[in-house]
Ligand binder design. Structure first.
Ligand code: F6R
Length: 357
């Protein structure tokens, strides 16, 4: 039920701090340590390479997951779009482990890959919000997202839950491999939950940004580097699907290789700057587009901010920035759709779970 909320999407965006806390509780034992299935831990430890398979928003979470598992657990990871992988399978490693990420657990494109993978005799783990769903039943192992039902067609809380669970999986796998870490995901996720709450209280500013930048435009660019780039892909998808504005998520450095030709007077460019090691470069990209007439809006992080930044995110662990930086993007898309009189919870041409290939 929506309760006092005008739309499920807004309710589900607001639920994200609770979802983070729920995940912390569900994946913690009585000593406050991580608690994951021994079989999953063994499967991750055995794997020489992980293949993440998903679609849409879940694929975008998988891109962040690749970074997390590689950086934390030192296992090579490839993230793939299910509908491509099934017809264009790359050479597999000797001991692959497949991870399917699916909110619904019913996505036909992902299931088609799972069927192939099982034929080849490989192990599969499904990360889903619906244990007992097709992808969960047909895989060897399941990790639950504990996000609660997601009703709005545009996925929000499932995306952040997927990234949180992937971080927990990465750390558990690192422990299994005897890797020393000074990163406690349960503590860091508690900090994330608080940061999310701070942002949920800034809806007026997000609405203002949507009004200023997106009320009449026909297109919009989201630019970022490293983890911010992955969030930009998700931001563009969110804006496209509910507001019908043509949007592109772009790696900051790639614009000048062609796409910058599209920038004209008044083109909105929303930039994410939460990554210290690329902060100077993304700032440079913002200047490049501003010099060509773009209206720029920078969302940065505490410690990296500059004077004209529109939103400064609370500081959180660099591994987990997407959990927090996506939130203003979700809210900006929501308000853009609202201002343009779109049906926020049920965008045209889309279904909540895509059960055809
Ligand atoms: C976008 C969205 C879709 C889904 C995609 C995969 O907001 O919801 O892109 O992420 O259809 O769905 P699941 O995760 O159920 O496999």
């Amino acid at each position: 039920e929506k309760g006092t909320y005008p739309h499920f999407m807004l309710k589900e965006i607001d639920e994200q701090p609770f979802v983070m806390r729920n995940i912390i509780n569900q994946y913690q034992n009585e000593n406050g340590d991580l608690k994951l299935d021994d079989d999953i831990r063994a499967a991750m430890k055995d794997a020489d390479r992980v293949y993440i398979i998903a679609c849409g928003t879940s694929y975008h979470a998988g891109l962040v997951g690749k970074q997390l598992i590689e950086n934390i657990a030192n296992i090579p990871v490839e993230s793939h779009i299910a509908s491509e992988f099934v017809y264009n399978m790359p050479l597999l490693s000797e001991k692959p482990l497949f991870i399917f990420i699916s909110q619904s657990g019913e996505t036909a494109d992902s299931r088609a890959v799972l069927v192939e993978v099982k034929k080849l005799g490989h192990k599969a783990l499904t990360i889903t919000n619906v244990p007992g769903s097709t992808l969960s039943r047909e895989a060897d192992y399941t990790l639950n997202l504990y996000a609660g039902p997601e009703i709005a067609v545009a996925s929000t809380k499932a995306y952040t839950a997927q990234i949180a669970v992937l971080a927990i999986l990465a750390v558990d796998s690192a422990h299994a491999k005897g890797i020393e870490l000074d990163f406690n995901p349960l503590q860091e996720l508690a900090i994330v939950a608080n940061a999310m709450e701070v942002l949920c209280d800034q809806k007026e500013e997000m609405e203002k940004i949507a009004r200023e930048f997106l009320a009449v435009t026909r297109n919009c660019f989201f630019i970022g580097r490293a983890a911010d780039y992955y969030v930009c892909l998700e931001a563009a998808l969110k804006l496209k699907e509910i507001s019908y504005i043509q949007a592109e998520g772009f790696a900051g450095g790639e614009l000048k290789h062609g796409t910058i030709a599209l920038i004209e007077e008044g083109t909105p460019v929303i930039a994410l700057a939460t990554q210290e090691h690329v902060n100077l470069s993304i700032r440079g990209n913002v200047k490049e587009v501003a010099a060509r007439g773009a209206y720029t809006c920078v969302i940065s992080m505490d410690g990296l901010q500059e004077e004209d930044d529109r939103i400064v995110l609370p500081k959180i662990h660099p591994f987990l920035t997407p959990l927090v930086s996506v939130l203003p993007m979700q809210l900006i898309s929501y308000y853009a759709a609202l201002h343009r009189d779109c049906d926020v919870d049920k965008p045209r041409n889309l279904a909540k779970s895509v059960t055809v290939e």
